[in-house]
Write a protein that binds this ligand. Structure first.
Ligand code: KG4
Ligand code: ZN
Length: 346
């Protein structure tokens, strides 16, 4: 039995969890900072890092006490070390290094996006890899091929905005608030997805890359008039706003599903994993389920509790790395971008 403490501070959630053997989630504490950032319409890095600093120790203490596990019973400490807001990551990384050193147990530096990739496995009895994996979050929209959790290869990624970022920006254009994903989903439920035919940007034939900046501009001009960036919102009724939200959501989801199916075909795979904050969206979940059922592909969606940022997925991914003999050194650092994997053998 291997107990891993997972720590997550890459963006605007201060989170910690204790997970046994990558699957038994004993605790999963997530302290969202969304109320601190709401009035700015997005995450303010300085506010985020100060809030992590004020709360990380209580969140970790709560994760241990909720799990009924003492710190000296932890077998390894996993932490998001990349990619993310570096002033936020550094708080989790420093805490994890200090804790690992103090108990004389290994440190596991986790690629946050890779943790989203393997997050569907937390609720499965058997490992689902090899597989293609889709990650749709506020910072990433990527397709990967994973032979196993220590070997994750990028197949395609967004060339501009991330999928969740597009939801957040369109929500701001429509005056619906922050974070955009849940409010767009709610508004879209009252609208007609076919009322407005927004562009589905597929890029060149066979490409697994994404682009969401075009649809964002299409929504902006639809609201205000071509070439204009203000003055139109006040003229729209609630029903028209709902139709725009529904049309936008449908277009984005069509592209995400089409590219995921293309990636599975190109890889010759028969399993698709999907995770990340946007996977909390019911229409996307349903669409992926239908498409995979039609194509005879096994689909594993991350449980909603493990879609938006959390410590359980970091602990679970850390466990897989630990099993593969990949541990980090205490001079491990935080990195804003995805780095080449910094993996050391025991
Ligand atoms: O994975 P996550 O918590 O953070 C990153 O690693 O980026 O994802 C946050 C993103 C936000 O952009 C948010 O608007 C989006 O996930 N999101 C949703 C929904 N719930 C959260 N997008 C669409 N529909 C939702 N229901
Ligand atoms: Zn994330």
């Amino acid at each position: 039995m291997t107990a891993v403490l997972g720590i997550e501070t890459s963006c605007d959630e201060t989170a910690a969890a204790v997970v046994i053997d990558g699957r038994e989630v004993r605790s999963n504490i997530v302290l969202s900072q969304v109320d601190l950032h709401r009035k700015y319409g997005g995450v303010v890095p300085e506010i985020a890092s100060r809030a992590h600093l004020e709360t990380f120790d209580q969140v970790i203490a709560e994760a241990l006490s909720d799990a009924g596990v003492r710190l000296d019973e932890i077998d390894a400490v996993a932490v998001s070390s990349r990619p993310g807001l570096v002033t936020c990551l550094i708080i989790g990384v420093t805490a994890a290094k200090a804790l690992a050193w103090s108990i004389g147990k290994p440190l596991l530096a986790v690629n946050h996006v890779h943790a989203h990739v393997t997050s569907p496995a937390i609720t499965l009895a058997d490992p689902p890899w090899p597989a293609v994996a889709l990650v749709v979050s506020g910072g990433h929209t990527s397709l990967y091929y994973l032979s196993d959790p220590a070997h994750i290869e990028l197949m395609g990624a967004t060339t501009d905005d991330a999928c969740g970022e597009a939801f957040d920006k369109v929500s701001s254009i429509l005056g619906l608030g922050y974070p955009g994903g849940p409010v767009i989903e709610q508004a879209a439920a009252k609208g007609h997805p076919q009322a407005i035919n927004f562009p589905r940007t597929m890029l060149k034939r066979g490409s697994l890359d994404f682009s969401f900046s075009g649809i964002k501009t299409a929504v902006l001009y639809h609201v205000h008039g071509f070439g204009k960036t203000s003055g139109g919102l006040e003229k729209l009724s609630g029903g028209e706003i709902a139709d725009i939200a529904a049309g936008f959501q449908a277009a984005v989801i069509d592209v995400v599903i089409a590219k995921s199916m293309l990636a599975v075909a190109q890889a010759g795979a028969n399993t698709l994993l999907a995770g990340g904050g946007v996977l909390a969206n019911s229409v996307l979940r349903g669409g992926l389920e239908d498409a995979c059922a039609r194509a005879g592909i096994a689909l594993h969606l991350a449980d909603r509790a493990y879609c938006t940022d959390n410590g359980a997925m970091i602990a679970a991914h850390g466990y897989y790395l630990f099993q593969a003999g990949c541990v980090s050194q205490l001079d491990e650092d935080a990195h804003s971008a995805e780095t080449n994997e910094l993996i050391f053998s025991r």
